[in-house]
Write a protein that binds this ligand. Sequence first.
Ligand SMILES: NC(=O)c1ccc[n+]([C@@H]2O[C@H](COP(=O)([O-])OP(=O)(O)OC[C@H]3O[C@@H](n4cnc5c(N)ncnc54)[C@H](O)[C@@H]3O)[C@@H](O)[C@H]2O)c1
Ligand SMILES: O=C(O)C(=O)C[C@@H](O)[C@H](O)[C@H](O)COP(=O)(O)O
Ligand SMILES: [Zn+2]
Length: 359
Amino acid sequence: MDEVTRIPVGGERPYDVLVGRDLLGALPGLLPGATRVAVLHAPPLKALADALGERLRAAGVEPLPIEVPDAESGKHIDVASACWDRLGAAGFTRTDAVVGVGGGAVTDLAGFVAACWLRGVRWVPVATSLLGMVDAAVGGKTGINTAAGKNLVGAFHPPVGVLADLATLDSLPAVDLAAGLAEVVKCGFIADPTILDLVEADPVAATDPRAAVSRELIERAIRVKADVVAGDLRESGLREVLNYGHTLAHAIEQHEGYRWRHGHAVAVGLVYAATLARLAGRLDAPTADRHRVTLTALGLPVSYPVDAWPQLLAAMRVDKKTRGSRLRFVVLDGLARPAMLEGPDDALLAAAYQEVASP
Ligand SMILES: NC(=O)c1ccc[n+]([C@@H]2O[C@H](COP(=O)([O-])OP(=O)(O)OC[C@H]3O[C@@H](n4cnc5c(N)ncnc54)[C@H](O)[C@@H]3O)[C@@H](O)[C@H]2O)c1
Ligand SMILES: O=C(O)C(=O)C[C@@H](O)[C@H](O)[C@H](O)COP(=O)(O)O
Ligand SMILES: [Zn+2]
């Protein structure tokens, strides 16, 4: 086994994120006493899910493979309901558990299925996308989408452990590697500017999972997230910083019928949030411009069609950070100085959008 990094996530239900290559053998040890373990996966990860099932069987645990639709199509109440039917038919009890093998969509779904079954059973995300490793699998936010918006139904339900096996990234398409880096760059802007220096020094290496810098970026981003969620699991304040760029990003995803990659929407949303902060007099122009430059160097989108604005504004009104009719945005008062912009008026919101809009 390659060298394993263990990153603790503190709080009321602490656990570790394991980062390394070929560490899937660690799964059975995370679920002592389980009789049955459901292994949720989408079609592209079937082989890995089967391999995990064999590991569980060898440890005396009965695996229940459940194939779900890929990507955002899996984050739907009908899919969750079908999973609960399978758990019921197999007689899952409170000592049994759920594993999600895949990108953030599958682990969000798996965590949600686990959070609701018998009001909460143990679960483990086996993150196989870069975005999943640095973000979705860490922190216990689980959920599904609805027609009205992204992740509008869900639960805070921390896993008992997270596996981030870097070997799985060898098969991840380049476009998804880059999309995951949007969340890494987010962590750079809100908390760890060294991330930005590393990405800017060699954007190509940043997207190469075999490069040493890729592992350093992954571990740095996980540490940023772990530190935040340890202090505020239920997002009563501090955790909102992780939502930097997400107010517009989620509106774009909803507008696209959840066919855009989350990381792509986040890239546009980050540039928008930086522009908003600059226009509000909160952020200096060089730091705001750095968002567009760094994300562009990674091949990520930084603009969105101008005529979508009315629908995007409507979607942003049901963002989870909104209070009553007051929109709230995570902005920067400087590098690594996240803060809230409370109740910006529609003129300011539209002016910032004009700067990210494409014809
Ligand atoms: N819970 C959280 O805190 C949190 C944080 C960030 C994002 N998210 C959610 O995560 C989702 C985005 O995650 P994502 O970017 O991983 O997208 P995704 O889960 O849709 O995966 C992208 C694609 O990559 C494929 N894939 C994954 N791993 C692979 C591998 N090793 N080899 C080949 N193909 C592989 C998937 O099957 C899918 O087709 C969104 O739904 C977002 O809302 C949740
Ligand atoms: O973990 C968090 O908190 C985040 O905000 C991380 C985001 O990257 C992630 O996309 C999350 O799912 C968004 O949460 P939501 O509550 O805005 O749906
Ligand atoms: Zn995100």
